[in-house]
Design a protein. Sequence first.
Length: 127
Amino acid sequence: MSLIQAARVIPWTMFGVLLFLIGLTSVAIAQPMSIMMTVGCVESDGRGGFTLTRSTDLEASTIQLPEQPPADAPLGSLTIKMVGTLDEFGVATHEGHKVWAKGLLNPGEPNDLLNLISLTHLSPSCE
C-alpha cells in the first residue's frame, strides 16, 4: 500500500472505530421504561381528551401480571392526562368511573401524561 492510499484509509478506519464506540455508549445508556400503574377517576377534559383525577401515586409494575386492585381501592390526589389510543380502550365509556390504568409515563407540566396500554373498570362510581 502506498503512503497516499494509507492516508486515505486511516481516517475512515478511525471514523468507523469512533462510530462503533459511540454506538456502544448509547447502548449502555439506554434503559427500559417501566409500566406504571395508578387508580383514578376518568373525567373528560372538555376538549375531547380524558384525565385521571383523584389518582393514586404512580407505581412501577415489577411483575408481568400484577394483582388487580379491589373496587374499594383508595383514591389519591393526582391529576394525570391519558394519551394514546383512548378510543381503543373505550375510555369515554368509563367517564365518572373508578379505573385501574397502566401505561408509559411521560412526566410533564402541569400534569404527567400516561400513554395508556391498559384500562380496567373497578367501579361505576368514583368514591
